[in-house]
Design a protein around this ligand. Structure first.
Ligand code: LUZ
Ligand code: MOS
Length: 751
């Protein structure tokens, strides 16, 4: 089944927030933000902006009727600055004007005087000064300290990975208008409608039931709208509250890049120890997470880093520490992988470094240490299967690794100015929100009297195809044609207390809830059919392909007829399904438990050709064996795999965020921040569907696919590393992503 949105997408008919026709009297908002990364506000003068003929109101923190606070996990982030500013791009005031143009023009008339303090942009500096968002945490297995004596080979070093701009095609934005009795309806481009509702209610001092949040779809989220859509939605809701008029704000690209947080950059130390037969005996790492100026989701991201410290490997002795460091850049946030990729980069760097010390390919060590069924992760959970090894072997066999290696060796022997590099990248990613209580969802299913079906869930469609999967789930359990099913907008009034669409878990959680509701309805319809057909309890009645079946035989009683009969018999044709992931738990006191419903595995082989005169590179291919479980939609899942891979390659190779010493984002537009285009994606991407039919907790055994493929992109970094080493075996490369062509050139000719 193809993506149900493809027709409206191709015709340009899909509706995003900016496509909602504005109501009469709509005001346009624009935020005035700090040009200083750290300082005290001495004076703020909005009088010239207020005097602008089109300006209705200039909003400051003094106008906030409830609490001036938008922090999710920790209450440490004001919506509007009061006395201090903590990052360039921090909102200080909001202009409400009768046109978008005037709102932007009036913002330029606001004057502020700020005493500047020293800004911190480096997490190690923040750590040294005790600037921590939360107390540091440590995960431990075995005893790494005493294990070093047993190691034949030891390597230590540092590994840094940079941030990443989400660059969703649709920028942040929201549109809100007043409804009766002081209530407000918000259309928001958010992954977390409930988070928007909760935040707006808190800032406005209203109960949550007065705020209705509605989401049709997003033009991409990638984590950037898990928590950070809330500010913009709250701004427009505040505008509605203060003026009684509809208010709209769609950020332009530079506002979005300047004012919103990104993937957390990390700086890390590692030490790894191997036995004579290349078994990893001990691993230690210390992660310095750059959280930015407020907590946002960084504490949870730091937790996922610890969970993914050892990637796909079994290591008996592990100690990993993580620090969430407060700096003066915009609060960083969720981004596809959520701290997992940052951890995996470090252990892959450690393996590469120790491999070079020994003089073997990194893949020899990687392969010798893949995690197996019933091995223990450092957080206490046991591995559920052998897909780490299965996917590695599948990649080796399916893609004929010996031939690939020979091809690369032959090329490198005969070419002086071009060198190829090959890498393996295994991935193991835990599926579930690490915060156990977030693993719940609801689905409201209506069957109308004509047999058509409407479904509301907490899932937000952001291009990932979750609505298509919801149609498939309902069609499966109700045994109807998918054309009967409509997925409604995601709306907090229909489905309450939703978890954000995040953590790769959206289809699992909302699909399971939809399945539960549909099964209950199917049960009522088969009971109605029994009554209509006058059958006793012994007859086995099922719904199959739009018809009632008795003892496996098709009857003449069709879907529409049985629905109408049930309705006239006064049977409830609406059901609310509730799902909470079983089995999972985690105890933070000892950092042990079973936090994940299951893990997703896979292996990627990446080949790059480096131009050793220019430092440029092109990816010849990425060949992947990925554990999809039993994919319910190969087209959607392939799209997620290819998209995730390319986004990961971008993070590892070309996307370079530069902050000045003053904390100013210098790469603040698409002219200075380069993301992968059609010329920079691998020439060939092959994906092999490893089908594991095991009874896991995935929806219809179709495993979560949103985030795991991003981490295949890490293989791109090490493929380049290996190619540079072929050209210049003496290079001291270090590990610092992204591996831009400039860095490649320095490596090719450096010592
Ligand atoms: N968001 C979240 C996430 O709140 N908790 C998580 O564990 C998570 N994991 C991945 C992506 N987003
Ligand atoms: Mo996400 S990083 O699953 O919002």
């Amino acid at each position: 089944m193809k993506n149900i949105d493809s027709n409206t997408h191709v015709r340009g008919e899909s509706i995003y927030v900016d496509d909602i026709p504005p109501r009469l009297g709509t005001l346009y908002a624009c935020v005035f933000d700090s040009k200083v990364a750290h300082g005290h506000i001495v004076a703020l003068d909005v009088s010239k902006a207020e005097a602008h003929p089109d300006v209705v109101h200039v909003v400051t923190f003094k106008d906030v009727p409830g609490v001036n606070e938008i922090g999710g996990i920790i209450k440490d982030e004001p919506l509007l600055a009061e006395k201090e500013v903590h990052f360039q791009g921090m909102p200080i005031a909001m202009v409400l004007a009768t046109s978008e143009y005037s709102a932007h023009a009036a913002v330029k008339l606001i004057e502020v005087s700020i005493t500047e303090h020293h800004p911190i942009v480096d997490p190690r500096e923040a750590h040294a000064k005790g600037e921590l968002i939360i107390p540091s945490r440590t995960f431990q297995l075995g005893d790494s300290k005493s294990a070093w004596d047993d190691c034949a080979y030891i390597a230590a070093g540092t590994a840094d990975s940079a941030g990443q701009e989400h660059l969703y095609l649709e920028t942040q934005g929201a549109y809100a208008y007043p409804t009766e009795n002081g209530s407000i309806r918000i259309s928001s481009s958010t992954q977390g409608p409930t988070q928007v509702q909760r935040t707006a209610a808190r800032v406005l001092g209203l109960p949550m039931h007065k705020i209705e949040v509605d989401v049709t779809r997003l033009g991409g989220g990638f984590g950037g709208k898990e928590d950070q859509a809330s500010a913009w939605a709250t701004f427009v809701a505040l505008g509605v509250y203060l003026t009684g008029k509809p208010v709209k704000y769609i950020l332009d690209r530079m506002e979005d890049m300047r004012m919103t947080g990104k993937r957390n950059p990390y700086r890390s130390d590692f030490k790894i120890g191997l036995s004579k037969d290349y078994k990893i005996v001990a691993y230690e790492a210390e992660y310095f997470q750059n959280a930015g100026a407020a907590a946002d989701l960084s504490p949870a991201i730091m937790e996922r880093t610890l969970f993914h410290a050892t990637n796909s490997y079994f290591v008996p002795n592990v100690t990993v520490h993580a620090h969430s460091c407060r700096t003066n850049i915009p609060p960083n946030t969720a981004f596809r992988g959520f701290g997992g990729p940052q951890a995996m980069f470090v252990i892959e760097a450690a393996i590469t470094k120790v491999a070079e010390k020994i003089g073997v390919p990194a893949s020899t060590i990687q392969k010798a240490n893949l995690i197996q069924e019933n091995d223990e992760f450092p957080y206490g959970q046991l591995v559920g299967g052998n897909e780490a090894i299965d996917s590695w072997k599948r990649a080796e066999e399916k893609y004929d690794i010996q031939a690939l290696e020979q091809e690369v060796a032959a090329f490198n022997e005969t070419n002086q100015h071009f060198k190829k590099g090959l890498s393996f990248m295994p991935v193991c990613f835990g599926i579930s929100f690490t915060k156990t209580d977030m693993n719940q969802a609801r689905s409201l299913v209506h069957i109308y009297s004509d047999g058509s079906i409407g479904i509301s869930t907490g899932a937000v469609e952001m291009g990932q195809g979750v609505n298509t999967k919801m149609v498939q789930v309902a069609a499966h359990y109700l045994a109807v044609d998918p054309s009967r099913i409509k997925i409604e907008t995601t709306n907090t009034t229909r489905v309450a207390n939703t978890s954000p669409s995040a953590a790769s878990a959206t289809a699992d959680l909302n699909g399971r809830a939809t399945g539960i509701a549909c099964k209950a309805l199917a049960g009522r319809l088969t009971a109605a059919a029994r009554k209509k057909l006058g059958l006793g309890d012994e007859a086995v009645i099922t719904l199959q392909e739009e018809f009632v079946h008795v003892d496996g035989k098709k009857t003449d009683l069709g879907w529409e007829e049985v629905v109408m009969f049930a309705f006239l018999d006064r049977v409830a044709l609406t059901e609310n399904g509730h799902y909470a992931t079983p089995v999972i738990h985690f105890d933070k006191a000892n950092e042990k438990g079973h936090p994940f419903a299951y893990h997703v595995f896979g292996t990627a082989i990446t080949c790059v050709t480096v131009d050793c005169v220019r430092g440029r590179y092109e990816f010849d291919y990425v060949k992947i064996a990925h554990d999809f479980g039993s994919s319910m939609n190969r087209i959607v899942d392939l799209g997620q795999t290819e998209g995730g891979l390319v986004q990961g390659i971008g993070w590892m190779t070309m996307e370079e965020l530069m902050y000045s010493k003053e904390g100013r984002l210098m790469t603040n537009a698409l002219s200075t921040y380069k993301i992968p285009d059609i010329y920079s994606v691998p020439k060939v991407i092959e994906v092999d569907f490893l089908e594991s039919e095991k009874d896991n907790l995935a929806i219809l055994k179709s495993k979560a696919v949103g985030e795991p493929p991003l981490m295949y992109g890490i293989g791109a970094y090490f493929a380049i590393h290996n190619a540079v080493k072929v050209f210049n075996p003496e290079a001291e490369l270090g590990f610092s992503a992204p591996f831009t062509p400039e860095k490649v050139l320095m490596g090719l000719y450096g010592g």
